[in-house]
Design a binder for this molecule. Structure first.
Ligand SMILES: [Zn+2]
Length: 274
């Protein structure tokens, strides 16, 4: 599932769309996340609007226009937002097409957990997905003090704590494992046990794993591609995620895989002790 670095990679590769005028919109009529269909009538009302800015909060892409309407896109598990030449063969599972004159912006999603919606600018935070989000992990970096305060009295595991989108928006399963390894924290430790010093280390670790992944164009695993269709290269730079049985990069202990709250988790039993 795309996380912050992947969605940010998409945002950056969508930049050439700024200045493009939306000519028309097409939808497949199929339901996406929660069986909700992209709103055809609202999308068609974007005709004539010019794209002015591509923004992002957590895993939500916000494509702003010179009208009061903003296009909201969430990639879900397998969503792809692609810029292609107008009239290029339509890939299977294409659900939304915006005609931009010489190009098209297409939303392709095989498993249909993604979202495409139109929201009023200035009211983005009223959208149910955005309303619950904490600060964006890249644009609004959190401090150790912030994580320390948020973790007080929290019985949740540290893994669940860093995955909580209301704490830091954009951290998903891959970067939660990576950040906890970097900070030498055990995923099963209760969040309220974080000291201020360790919270600062964790805040720095979250920033570091995002920065690192961004320089490699994100992590692809099986599905992720940027807006040009290119795969990310961060997979080979992951420290622990997907590396069970391989040596820990710090002390060569075999990385372990476990399942916490239904999510697969990777950690080193030797150096992730607190
Ligand atoms: Zn280790």
């Amino acid at each position: 599932m795309p996380e912050l670095p992947e969605v940010e990679t998409v945002r950056r590769t969508l930049a050439p769309m700024v200045g493009a005028k939306i000519v028309s919109a097409w939808t497949s009529g199929k339901g996406l996340h929660m069986a909700r269909k992209p709103p055809r009538a609202k999308l068609q009302q974007l005709a004539g609007a010019t794209i002015t800015r591509i923004h992002r909060h957590g895993k939500y892409l916000l494509i702003e226009t010179d009208t009061s309407k903003t296009l909201l896109v969430h990639l879900g598990m397998t969503g792809r937002t692609l810029i292609v030449k107008k009239g290029a063969p339509k890939a299977k599972h294409t659900h939304v097409v915006l005609d931009l004159g010489d190009r098209e912006l297409r939303f392709v999603d095989a498993r249909r957990f993604g979202q495409v919606d139109v929201v009023e600018r200035g009211k983005e935070k009223e959208h149910e997905g955005l309303a619950v989000l904490g600060p964006d992990g890249l644009f609004e970096p959190v401090s150790g003090e912030y994580l320390f305060q948020k973790s007080r009295k929290k019985q949740a595991t540290l893994k669940a704590f860093v995955l909580d989108q209301s704490i830091v928006a954009g951290v998903g399963n891959i970067y939660a494992s990576e950040a906890l390894w970097r900070a030498k924290l055990r995923p099963t430790t209760r969040a309220h046990k974080l000291t201020l010093a360790k919270a600062a280390v964790l805040a720095a670790a979250i920033h570091e794993v995002f920065d690192r992944a961004l320089t490699k164009g994100g992590t692809s695993l099986r599905d992720f591609v940027d807006a040009t269709g290119a795969y990310g290269e961060n997979d080979e730079y992951l420290w622990v995620y997907g590396r069970d049985g391989e040596p820990c990069p710090r002390d060569h202990t075999k990385i372990r895989r476990s399942v916490l709250q239904g999510r697969v988790t990777f950690y080193c039993p030797t150096c992730q002790t607190s």
